[in-house]
Design a protein around this ligand. Structure first.
Ligand code: ADE
Ligand code: ZN
Length: 347
């Protein structure tokens, strides 16, 4: 097994990580205290909040064990993110969370991140989404000045938003151009929204015309057809997850031909119930087929992991040696939306 220490030293990027999924317990406690918010009860303790166990139970109930802030599977997980992001209310708190993100990334040896931010989860900022992005950018600026990981942001639509909302968001983004926002994204649960390719086509075309990158969650809560829609309608340059492409040989061929990287997150898929264990996850088959694969955490804080640990687990479970890990590191930089100069420095 190749240890985390060695993995941390590889210059690498992370391209599929949600800011909403990086709040440390200590940051949550401080936010709750600053806002005078009680922890979810009645019987819950802080140890019940956002732990691995919360999301692994079968997806049968609404409302989680921690007073309804979470629940099992992806949908319960998304409710947990709403509760947690609702604790961030001031620009200073937002900047602090962004700074803490960069520090967390740096500790895993990550030199550059494309972080996904979905303002629908940040309920104190509804109607002030651009101000949220500006406050986060200020925290990321300070982190970079302090020598921490460089980060750009992907502004993410929630799948259940309407076509009109999506188009208005892109209009505002293009008009106001918040700093460090380099991409448009879609996340959320396709089981709750139905197909989203056609619905967001106009918004994504406008983003593309304005020079924004595009990355789309697909092939997690949707099958191969979700990935096809992301490519056809949304001109996705990267697919977040994308693992269910393994069910469709013609799609695998297309991903290779069109050189589309996947932002794969095995621990997230296993914890949220898409695959029963690491052994049955398609990651090694995607790599063997020749698909461009990056290896990411998705939501490391509630999933209780770090990127260096997960690369070590992948190395142990799938038998990836030093050459394969070095290839993952290089691919993470190639697949990222870092600017060309930074990519050259990191490679
Ligand atoms: N938001 C945060 N994590 C997510 C995931 N794994 N899938 C969809 N939306 C998400
Ligand atoms: Zn994700």
């Amino acid at each position: 097994r190749i240890d985390e220490q060695e993995i941390r030293l590889l210059p690498k990027a992370e391209v599929h990580v949600h800011l909403e999924g990086t709040f440390a317990l200590v940051d949550l406690l401080r936010l709750a205290k600053e806002n005078g918010v009680a922890l979810p009860g009645p019987a819950a303790t802080i140890f019940d909040i956002g732990t691995h166990d919360e999301f692994t139970k079968p997806e049968v109930t609404t409302g989680g064990t921690a007073g309804g802030v979470g629940g099992a599977g992806l949908s319960g997980f998304l409710r947990f993110l709403d509760w947690q992001c609702g604790l961030v209310r001031t620009p200073e708190q937002a900047a602090r969370i962004a700074y803490a993100f960069a520090a967390r990334q740096t500790a895993s040896g990550i030199r550059y991140s494309d972080v996904i931010v979905n303002p629908t989860h940040w309920n104190a900022w509804h109607g002030r989404e651009i101000e949220l992005m500006q406050a986060l950018a200020a925290g990321l600026d300070e982190a970079e000045q302090d020598g921490l990981c460089v980060t750009n942001m992907a502004y993410s639509l929630l799948r259940t938003q309407s076509a009109l909302e999506a188009e208005q968001i892109v209009d505002t983004l293009v008009g106001r151009r918040p700093p460090r926002v380099v991409a448009l994204s879609v996340d959320g649960d396709e089981k709750a929204s139905g197909p989203t390719g056609a619905k967001f086509r106009t918004a994504f075309r406008a983003a593309e015309a304005a020079g924004l990158h595009r990355t789309v969650h697909a092939g997690e809560s949707s099958g191969p057809e979700g990935i096809r829609e992301a490519l056809d309608h949304l001109h996705a340059e990267r697919i977040d997850h994308g693992v269910r492409a393994i069910e469709d040989d013609a799609l695998i061929r297309r991903l290779i031909d069109e050189s589309i990287p996947l932002g794969v997150c095995p621990r997230s898929n296993v914890t949220l119930g898409l695959y029963p264990d690491w052994e049955s996850h398609p990651l090694p088959r995607l790599v063997a087929a020749g698909v461009r694969v990056t290896l990411n955490t998705d939501d490391p804080a509630p999933l209780a992991c770090t990127l260096d640990e997960d690369w070590a687990v992948a190395s142990a479970v799938y038998g990836f040696g030093r050459p394969e890990l070095a290839r993952f590191a290089a691919e993470s930089i190639h697949a990222s939306f870092a600017d060309a100069d930074l990519k050259r420095d990191l490679l």
